[in-house]
Design a protein around this ligand. Structure first.
Ligand SMILES: CC(C)(COP(=O)(O)OP(=O)(O)OC[C@H]1O[C@@H](n2cnc3c(N)ncnc32)[C@H](O)[C@@H]1OP(=O)(O)O)[C@@H](O)C(=O)NCCC(=O)NCCS
Length: 156
């Protein structure tokens, strides 16, 4: 299998936040589950791009909602594969919220996810190697490796 770079797996998903996506607060912001769903879809796309096949979500690590996203904001998710094991891939997703009227763009969330590449029978199957290009690629790769080791230690 030919190695692929994190850049080659990059996926972008965008959506304009509508009133039906708001929570029930007196000053409504967008419901967290809407953002989580977009993050999962965008990260799955990156994992599919890297693996060239079907994938399933193994884990969604901590997602921190640092500031509210408002109805009317344009939400953009950007994700890429930053680490691969044998059958699994770690993906980092970044969430941006843009007030299109003022052209103000905020980085509101970061999330780490793990996907497993599945064969036609739904069994884990190997993924292509990851070719690291930049210092940032190497940093994210090392962070993902630490997270994976921690998660596997907790599993035992
Ligand atoms: C994903 C799934 C197929 C993995 O099955 P499994 O029996 O754990 O398979 P394996 O033991 O071969 O592990 C597959 C990969 O996951 C990794 N993995 C499994 N548990 C892990 C954990 N707790 N932390 C980190 N990695 C883990 C393994 O290390 C392996 O990766 P590697 O090949 O790169 O080393 C299975 O757990 C599943 O079907 N889960 C449901 C997925 C789903 O429905 N997602 C949608 C959300 S509801």
């Amino acid at each position: 299998m030919e190695a692929r770079t994190p850049r080659q797996s990059e996926a972008i998903v965008g959506d304009l936040m509508m009133p039906h996506q708001a929570n029930g607060l007196r000053q409504p912001s967008v419901f967290g589950g809407v953002i989580m769903g977009m993050v999962d879809r965008c990260a799955a796309l990156a994992a599919m791009r890297h693996s060239g096949g079907q994938v399933t979500t193994l884990s969604i690590d901590k997602i921190l909602f640092k500031e509210p996203i408002r109805v009317g904001d344009l939400v953009e998710i950007r994700s890429r594969v930053v680490f691969v094991g044998t059958t699994s891939m770690a993906v980092v997703a970044h969430v941006y919220a843009e007030n299109v009227s003022t052209a103000t763009k905020r980085h509101t969330n970061e999330c780490w996810l793990t996907f497993v590449h599945l064969d036609e029978n739904g069994k884990p199957t190997p993924v292509p190697p990851l070719a690291l290009e930049t210092a940032e690629d190497r940093l994210l790769h090392d962070l993902a490796l630490q997270r994976r080791e921690q998660s596997l230690t907790e599993k035992r």
